[in-house]
Design a protein around this ligand. Structure first.
Ligand SMILES: C[S@@+](CC[C@H](N)C(=O)[O-])C[C@H]1O[C@@H](n2cnc3c(N)ncnc32)[C@H](O)[C@@H]1O
Length: 211
């Protein structure tokens, strides 16, 4: 388990390069500063930002194949990005990957755009709209943390999903229960992975190529 700030930084540094670590540190500074102006993350989590937010986002990489990310036109779509979690963290790690962040609240959109500019993430696009209003495109990866209940999330994201889309859905403590309440075909498409940052939390991940 990744339980402390030190462990979180070591965990992330073990997975990403030095330049990515620098961009993540820059993002952490921007996030803490902006959290004074708008409510992006809980005040209580500021002192554990690497463990609660950065490592929590980075761990998603353990559940997506390198092959998926290396495809020429791979797009990582993050729904309800809010403060930048996990989508901006992913963009900071992979500046060459096309990352699209969907967020409807104007002040959050403004903050995300500022982060994209300050971190020089040319391939990261902030779609400042409700997801329902966005013209669908095929996404290689769809992530969403604390965005919507699973059935709504799957309904809204379906137009962006293909047979090979990898879903990565950190669901906190409700993961197993939410998946269990779905109909059999959905239950078969996904499984729950243990979160490394919270022993009670799970990540709903698509199991394999699906319809
Ligand atoms: C609870 S926050 C989670 C933010 C971030 N993913 C995190 O884990 O910290 C949910 C975010 O989704 C955004 N959101 C909710 N419904 C949306 C929709 N239909 N389209 C776009 N954004 C939406 C909200 O504005 C909010 O910023």
């Amino acid at each position: 388990m990744v339980e402390t700030e030190e462990q979180a930084k070591d965990y992330v540094a073990g997975l990403v390069g030095v330049a990515s670590m620098d961009r993540l540190a820059q993002y952490v500074d921007l996030l803490i500063a902006e959290n004074e102006r708008q409510n992006l993350i809980s005040k209580a989590s500021e002192g554990q930002i690497w463990q609660r937010h950065i490592a929590d986002s980075v761990q998603l990489l353990e559940h997506v194949s390198r092959e998926t990310l290396d495809q020429e036109h791979a797009i990582w779509l993050d729904l309800g990005t809010g403060a930048g979690l996990p989508g901006l963290v992913i963009a900071a790690i992979f500046p060459d990957l096309f990352v699209r962040l969907v967020e409807s609240r104007a002040r959050r959109v403004e903050f995300l755009r500022e982060c994209v500019a300050r971190l020089d993430l040319e391939r990261c696009e902030v779609l400042g709209e409700r997801l329902e209003r966005i013209e669908p495109f095929p996404a290689s990866v769809i992530s969403a943390r604390a965005f919507a209940p699973l059935d709504k999330l799957l309904r809204l994201s379906a137009p962006f999903s293909t047979r090979s889309t990898t879903y990565l859905l950190p669901k906190g403590r409700s993961a197993a229960h939410e998946l269990k309440s779905q109909k059999a075909p959905i239950r078969k498409m996904f499984h729950v992975e243990q979160s490394l940052t919270d022993s009670d939390a799970g990540i709903i991940v698509s199991s394999r190529t699906h319809e």
